[in-house]
Design a protein around this ligand. Structure first.
Ligand code: SF4
Length: 338
């Protein structure tokens, strides 16, 4: 048995159907970072059934379906993008298809008992459960387990995937539940949900890889304090630098709401476009004139990577708080567009 089939499953018949449908001879494989080491197993398996197809692996970072590396995509008959669902703000080229890449990891009884005792300790009976793509099958099982133990699960578990900047229908349940449960291993998805909902509800993370349950309420409060601090720091900024991304990380509606607010306040701004944003990129484009940066591409970047930059680096939502004098925290851009 290969390492891939030990841990993950995908629909081989679906892949074969797509290859035939596109009459594909040159196929690009895209895998999220962290899964790229499965590429060899994947190609070995696919080549057994599709021996006349050339498979090439995209070695570029793949953080989400928001960036598909279009400059490569156009060279191939078909792109098999594994492990993500389409990005709601961007469809991408027609030759890109999305294939589920699902974890076979199932929660142990101990882990489920830990989840129950954490929910009890917070007095939570009504929940919404969300998940990252690879655990969506397991999440349905977790939901059923909770319902069998007398909990109310309000959301639709067959459609419960969230992304770092898109939280499905989570806001719909804000006033109806006691707690959000997020099945994920990284912090950013549950934290993002905590920022989106302004820390109004308990957030529990169930991490199948580590086999642990964490109450993230303190973590969410800590990040909210830090991010409010950035908003305050940016209050008197006169010259703004907007850094936009490419492909799905360029959202016209976000750019337009920022420039409209800046113009109405008669503030000066300059706009940049880039595939990659990091400290080095900001230092390269910096001038003494810039008081504040707004990264519109990916909201993880100001929060995760650039929170110690010498000038404030804001998400679009935080910039709109400054420009529109809003008091409650806005993540990632504006609530009514989520
Ligand atoms: S959080 Fe960033 S990487 Fe994830 S989907 Fe949003 S823009 Fe893409």
């Amino acid at each position: 048995m290969s390492r891939l089939s030990d841990s993950y499953e995908y629909d081989l018949n679906k892949v074969i159907r797509f290859v035939n449908e596109f009459k594909a001879k040159k196929v690009l494989i895209q895998l999220p970072d962290g899964f790229k080491h499965y590429a060899v197993d994947l190609i070995n398996e696919l080549s057994t059934y599709l021996s006349d197809v050339d498979f090439v692996v995209d070695a570029n970072p793949i953080y989400g379906s928001c960036i598909l590396n279009n400059y490569l995509v156009k060279d191939y008959d078909l792109v098999l993008h594994f492990g993500h669902e389409p990005y709601p703000y961007y469809r991408g080229p027609e030759n890109v298809v999305f294939i589920d890449f699902l974890s076979k990891l199932r929660p142990t009884n101990d882990l489920m008992n830990e989840l129950l005792s954490n929910l009890d300790s917070l007095n939570c009976r009504k929940v919404s459960i969300y998940t990252v793509h690879q655990h969506k099958k397991t999440t349905e099982l977790i939901g059923m387990y909770l319902m069998n133990h007398g909990f109310k699960v309000l959301n639709n578990l067959s459609n419960a995937t969230i992304m770092g900047c898109w939280f499905n229908d989570a806001l719909k349940y804000l006033d109806l539940i006691d707690c959000y449960v997020v099945v994920s291993s990284g912090l950013f998805h549950p934290l993002g949900l905590g920022l989106l909902t302004n820390g109004q509800k308990h957030i529990l993370q169930l991490d199948l890889y580590r086999g642990e349950v964490r109450i993230l309420d303190d973590e969410v409060s800590k990040y909210l304090r830090i991010r409010y601090g950035k908003v305050v720091e940016a209050q008197n900024s006169r010259v703004w630098c907007l850094v936009h991304g490419v492909e799905g990380q360029y959202r016209g509606f976000v750019r337009d709401s920022l420039t409209k607010a800046l113009r109405s306040k008669r503030l000066r701004y300059y706009e940049y476009r880039t595939h990659i944003v990091n400290q080095e990129v900001l230092r390269n484009i910096d001038t003494v004139e810039f008081d504040v940066y707004v990264i519109t591409s990916c909201p993880r970047i100001p929060i995760d990577d650039l929170s110690h930059h010498e000038k404030p680096v804001l998400t679009p939502g935080e910039a709109l708080m400054v420009l529109n004098d809003l008091r409650s925290y806005v993540f990632p851009w504006t609530h009514n567009l989520i």
